[in-house]
Design a protein around this ligand. Structure first.
Ligand SMILES: C[S@@+](CC[C@H](N)C(=O)[O-])C[C@H]1O[C@@H](n2cnc3c(N)ncnc32)[C@H](O)[C@@H]1O
Length: 323
């Protein structure tokens, strides 16, 4: 289990214990015992500790894997149950089975699928996550890219993709590094795309607002690119960052229609996929990294075993093979 998963599991189990306390205070444990496992309670209210049965887990795991690539193991039963219960309470649907039937009956473009993806995915992120990645991006990649542009006399647009960007923290971090470089005087020279399967996260990314936790690792010299609201303690990205970034919904199980990128950041997402889904995501992404361009992925994401389109430069850095 990596730190993200551990943090999430920890956060989720504390949520579960909170809701348990609430339930016991209000109704007493016997109300739970009365609800047969997996049956649900009428009126859109499952017992607050009710979990999916093994059969329900298997059905949901299949649809989640097919649609998102995410592998839901038996160990994630509590996590999945907690996340589904929230969706049930928001829709007023009474049971795990009824919600599954609802998903099976609606078309792929129905907004409920977005909300389902939003609910079942893990969105942990913050700016300047993994210091060494940003040192490489600023001090090596941007330096070389700018030198190559000057040598060739071109003003080719720098294109960077933050795939699975959650609330956009990674994309704004890229924008900070580019802004600090001063070699990209106009927004025409930079295109930073952030994408995620979760529509709600993409809407938050477009707002460019960050709380103290998301900002805690931002080096002092980059704070000038944000404006602090002294009342709330939150920070808003300034126009110098906002005009470099754009966001859209995209599922890594499909091929994005776009021109190739110089760098793709694909961090803390393949860890949730099984090997076939990793292969599928990487075969969709590889053609969108220009030959000689880079893929930045977490060291534990298993890129090397899932594609031969890249050569490994560092445990977390891959270069697109030319030809
Ligand atoms: C843990 S966050 C990582 C955010 C950021 N890359 C980082 O490292 O800080 C994982 C993100 O992957 C997204 N995700 C999961 N499956 C996806 C898929 N099939 N396509 C696109 N995004 C996906 C989730 O919605 C979530 O926002």
């Amino acid at each position: 289990m990596n730190t993200d998963q551990a943090a999430l599991t920890c956060r989720e189990s504390s949520l579960a214990s909170d809701s348990r306390k609430k339930h016991f205070r209000v109704s007493g444990p016997t109300a739970c015992a009365a609800a047969s496992p997996g049956a649900g309670v009428q009126g859109g209210g499952l017992c607050p500790v009710e979990q999916v049965s093994d059969a329900q887990l298997a059905r949901y795991a299949t649809v989640i894997r097919e649609r998102t690539g995410i592998h839901v193991s038996h160990q994630k039963k509590l996590l999945l149950s907690n996340r589904l219960r929230r969706r049930l309470s928001e829709t007023g649907i009474a049971s795990f089975d009824a919600y599954y039937r609802h998903l099976s009956a609606i078309p792929s473009h129905d907004a409920e699928w977005d909300k389902f993806f939003q609910a079942i995915t893990t969105h942990e992120t913050y700016l300047f996550r993994d210091d060494n990645h940003w040192k490489w991006f600023s001090d090596v990649f941007l330096r070389d890219h700018v030198a190559a542009r000057r040598a060739s006399g071109t003003t080719r647009c720098l294109r960077v993709w933050s795939a699975a960007c959650s609330t956009g923290d990674e994309a704004y971090t890229i924008a900070c590094c580019v802004a600090a470089n001063h070699a990209f005087p106009s927004p025409r020279h930079v295109d930073i795309l952030g994408t995620d399967i979760a529509a709600g996260e993409i809407e938050r990314a477009k707002q460019g607002l960050f709380g103290p936790r998301a900002m805690r690792l931002v080096p002092k010299e980059y704070l000038r690119y944000f404006e602090k609201d002294e009342h709330t303690g939150n920070w808003a990205a300034r126009p110098i960052l906002r005009r470099q970034v754009r966001f859209e919904c995209h599922n890594l199980m499909h091929r994005l229609t776009a021109m190739p990128f110089d760098v793709v950041f694909l961090k803390n997402v393949l860890i949730y996929f099984d090997i076939e889904s990793k292969r599928r995501a990487l075969s969709n992404i590889a053609p969108l990294v220009r030959p000689g361009g880079f893929l930045v992925a977490g060291a534990a994401e298993g890129v090397a075993g899932a594609t031969d389109a890249f050569r490994r430069v560092e445990p977390w850095l891959y270069q697109r093979v030319v030809g």
